[in-house]
Ligand binder design. Structure first.
Ligand SMILES: C[S@@+](CC[C@H](N)C(=O)[O-])C[C@H]1O[C@@H](n2cnc3c(N)ncnc32)[C@H](O)[C@@H]1O
Length: 238
């Protein structure tokens, strides 16, 4: 049976769906005050979303570890709609090897691992540098009944995703915004022809310029799944 709800339905069936529904509720409760504060600050500043994202990336480039330390209690997760899209993409590509940059509490991980399970098996390698999040993500993946399919590597993805030992069918890039291009280049040698790279919050110009330049071996475009959230879709064709 499919692990997550079909598009447009509420996730109501099974362990995966129940775990995701609970986690999305917890994420809403934990992150709402922060998201509201960011919205208020953006409105007060008069800056555009692009300008605010550029500023955030510039700040991150000073010290991305410190920037995310402040978010140890935040989920910062994909939306249910984007989660369904992750599941659908992993099913459509018949993915068996998935890599994730930025696991946080494991919500996106569960959508992707559910697809692996429904594809007949495989492995997802996640990465998260905040130790308390790693522990919580592992517990959530366990609660969803998907632990056998998931390895979450603790530490900086620039180290933990080095030297992956197998080809990659699908990658989710959803960690520090300033590291999208370095992480892509790190995993690039392992991307199989036709591999799908899904980037959430893809605002870094260097990343967008790179995947949109055909000479680099990708075709890419922004998808209107969650407007304003920089949903960049790329396929490895080189
Ligand atoms: C937007 S959240 C990920 C949300 C998650 N994909 C989900 O949908 O549930 C980004 C996460 O990336 C982590 N992160 C940022 N930079 C990282 C790095 N260099 N290595 C590993 N994790 C990193 C942060 O600690 C944060 O938890």
């Amino acid at each position: 049976m499919c692990g997550v709800a079909r598009s447009g339905e509420r996730p109501t069936i099974g362990r995966v769906a129940e775990t995701l529904a609970k986690l999305h509720r917890n994420a809403e409760a934990a992150d709402a005050p922060y998201i509201e504060k960011v919205r208020d600050e953006l409105q007060a500043s008069g800056a555009s979303l692009e300008q605010a994202a550029a500023q955030m990336i510039a700040n991150e480039r000073q010290d991305y570890r410190a920037a995310y330390k402040d978010h140890a209690a935040h989920f910062l997760s994909v939306t249910p709609g984007y989660g369904r899209f992750l599941y659908e993409m992993a099913r459509a590509t018949k993915a068996t090897r998935i890599v994730e940059f930025g696991t946080s509490m494991g919500i996106s991980t569960i959508y992707l691992a559910a697809a692996l399970q429904d594809n007949g098996g495989g492995q997802l390698i996640g990465s998260e540098m905040e130790p308390t999040k790693v522990a919580r993500a592992r517990a959530h993946v366990q609660a969803a009944g998907l632990a056998d399919l998931v390895e979450i590597r603790e530490g900086d993805a620039l180290e933990t995703l080095r030297d992956l030992d197998s080809v990659i069918d699908l990658a989710l890039i959803d960690g520090a915004w300033s590291l999208y291009l370095p992480v892509l280049k790190l995993i690039e040698p392992k991307l199989r022809p036709g591999a799908v790279i899904l980037a959430e919050n893809a605002f870094a110009e260097d990343y967008l310029d790179y995947v949109r330049a055909p000479a680099n071996g990708y075709i890419a475009q922004t998808l209107p799944i969650d407007e304003g959230r920089g949903n960049e879709f790329a396929v490895r064709v080189g």
